[in-house]
Design a protein around this ligand. Structure first.
Ligand SMILES: [Zn+2]
Length: 224
C-alpha cells in the first residue's frame, strides 16, 4: 500500500455517550451508516468513520471524483446528530482527537450533555407551571429528567386520557368541549357555560404550545 493510499483509508472515531438511538445516517458518498449507542453499563460507544471517495455529477456524463476525509465526515455527522433539538442542542456525540476518546473528552461531553438536559428540564418545568398538561411535555424532556434522576410531576400522566369521538384527539376526562376540534362533548355542561351557542375559533393543539399562553382564559369547564 502506498503512503497516499494509507491516508485515504485513515479513520477517526465518532464517540457517543448518550443512550439515544438514531436511525441510520444517509450520505451519497457512503450510503447508510448506523451510529452506535452504548449498551447498558457501557460508558460510551464508538463508530469508526472512514474516508470516502465522492463522485460529483458534472452533467454530460462527466463526473468529478473527490476525497472526503474521515474527519470531515465525522464532524458533519456529529453536527447533525447533536443539533436537531434547537439552540444549544447536544446529544452526546463528538469526534475523538486520537485513536481512543480521552477521559477529558468524555468528561467534557458529559458536562455538555447534562447542561443541555438541565435546560430541557427547566423548559418542561415552565411549560408544566403554565399548562399542567402532560401533553406539552416532550419525550426528550422526559428522558432528560430521567437521566438526571429527577422526580417531576410531569414525568407521569396519572389521568387516563379519553379520545374525542370526532377528531380522535386525546382529551381530559369530563371536559365539555374538545379543545382540538371544538366538538361539544357534554352539551349540558357546555350550555351551562354558554358555550353551545358560542362559535369556537380558538385552536389549542399540542403542536402549537406557543398558543398555550391563553390557557388562563379557558372556561372553567376546561380547567378541571
Ligand atoms: Zn375533537
Amino acid at each position: 500500500m502506498t503512503p497516499a493510499a494509507a491516508t485515504e483509508t485513515k479513520s477517526v472515531l465518532l464517540v457517543n455517550i448518550s443512550t439515544e438511538k438514531w436511525p441510520p445516517r444517509q450520505r451519497t458518498y457512503f450510503g447508510s451508516l448506523a451510529v452506535r449507542s452504548p449498551e447498558p453499563g457501557e460508558p460510551y460507544a464508538v463508530t469508526p468513520i472512514h474516508a470516502c471517495k465522492a463522485i460529483m455529477d458534472l452533467g454530460d456524463k462527466r463526473t468529478h471524483e473527490f476525497h472526503v476525509s474521515a474527519q470531515e465526515i465525522a464532524e458533519d455527522l456529529a453536527r447533525e446528530l447533536n443539533g436537531d433539538s434547537g439552540e444549544g442542542s447536544f446529544h452526546g456525540v463528538f469526534v475523538a482527537a486520537g485513536p481512543q476518546p480521552t477521559e477529558a473528552e468524555l468528561a467534557d461531553a458529559r458536562r455538555r450533555l447534562e447542561e443541555f438536559q438541565h435546560r430541557l428540564v427547566a423548559a418542561a418545568d415552565l411549560e408544566w407551571e403554565r399548562t399542567k398538561n402532560p401533553m406539552f411535555i416532550t419525550d426528550l424532556e422526559r428522558r432528560a429528567a430521567r437521566q438526571l434522576g429527577l422526580e417531576k410531576p410531569w414525568l407521569y400522566d396519572p389521568k387516563p386520557m379519553a379520545e374525542c369521538p370526532v377528531c380522535a384527539e386525546k382529551i381530559k376526562p369530563g371536559v365539555a368541549v374538545c379543545r382540538a376540534c371544538g366538538a361539544i362533548l357534554d352539551r349540558e355542561k357546555a350550555a351551562q357555560y354558554g358555550l353551545v351557542t358560542t362559535k369556537r375559533t380558538r385552536r389549542d393543539r399540542p403542536e402549537a404550545p406557543s398558543e398555550a399562553d391563553g390557557a388562563g382564559k379557558l372556561p372553567e369547564s376546561e380547567k378541571l
